[in-house]
Design a protein around this ligand. Structure first.
Ligand code: ARG
Length: 266
């Protein structure tokens, strides 16, 4: 009886190992092709990179990062699925295999590069601070934030910059940027550290806010896509696709179009 049981266990185990072994042996690139789907993870609160917009009465996620992802999917000859999540959750989702790639205005920092692989850079960022317009005479330099409360997106380089560059009393890190904007408008915080480009978009639709005329220093700002480590073939294809977009100035066009789209009805 025991022997039979042991045999059954061995058989069951054997079959299941062979069963998943089949897919396990495929490279990431082969898996993506097999499921005919590239799953993008992004935090769609970052216009003009990625943001929500109502198009023909339907809520859509648009922006130049999305166009880039569409082009990558097209070059891979697969469909694109977009998952909108917290910026903070993107890299864990990548590690867990819930998404295939992150394209989310993510800066390729040394720290992050320890756990994921970055594509070639495709954009650059400069950081500044958004304030209430009524404070423009009071808040002119980064030193003016001493003792105040400053906000930034959780797990972003802006959170780090706020901690390292400003002598604020508190750096409030929230998951989504619209929540920070609301806190700023309601005087719960006094400034938001943000990329100039994105700051400008938010201020366009919030006339009571203002982008400060300063640049906060940070070395690793350049923006790249991210994939899980050890997916060389997939990464290579993504890079080829990106390099082509840059070379053919398609990427530039995506940016111009996204700015227009973000600026509409403001
Ligand atoms: N570039 C900054 C970073 O990598 C902020 C990116 C935020 N992206 C977003 N989609 N909200 O930390």
């Amino acid at each position: 009886m025991k022997k039979i049981l042991a045999l059954i266990i061995v058989l069951v185990l054997g079959v299941s190992v062979v069963g998943c072994g089949k897919d396990q042996n495929l490279s990431k690139l082969e898996k993506i092709k097999k499921k005919n789907k590239l799953v993008l993870g992004t935090s769609a609160d970052y216009p003009p990179y990625e943001f929500h917009k109502e198009i023909d009465g339907k809520d859509e996620i648009v922006g130049f990062d999305i166009e880039i992802a569409k082009q990558i999917a097209k070059d891979l000859d697969v469909e694109l699925e977009i998952k909108d999540m917290k910026f903070d959750g993107l890299l864990p989702a990548l590690q867990a295999g819930n998404i295939d790639i992150v394209i989310s205005g993510m800066s390729a920092t040394e720290e992050r590069a320890k756990s994921v692989d970055f594509t070639v850079p495709y954009y650059d960022e400069e950081q500044t601070i958004v304030i209430r317009k009524e404070d423009e005479n009071k808040l002119k330099t980064k030193e003016d934030f001493k003792g105040l409360i400053v906000g930034a997106q959780k797990s972003s380089i802006q959170e780090q910059i706020a901690n390292e560059n400003l002598e604020a009393n508190e750096v409030r890190a929230l998951f989504k940027l619209p929540d920070l904007m609301l806190q700023l408008k309601n005087k719960k915080i006094d400034g938001i550290v943000l990329t100039k480009y994105v700051a400008k978009e938010y201020v366009k639709s919030n006339k009571d806010l203002k982008v400060m005329d300063i640049t906060l220093k940070f070395d690793d700002s350049a923006v790249s896509g991210a994939v899980k480590k050890g997916q060389a073939k997939f990464l290579k294809e993504v890079n080829t696709s990106l390099e082509k977009m840059i070379e053919e100035e398609k990427l530039q066009k995506f940016v111009v179009d996204a700015v227009k789209l973000a600026g509409e009805d403001k």
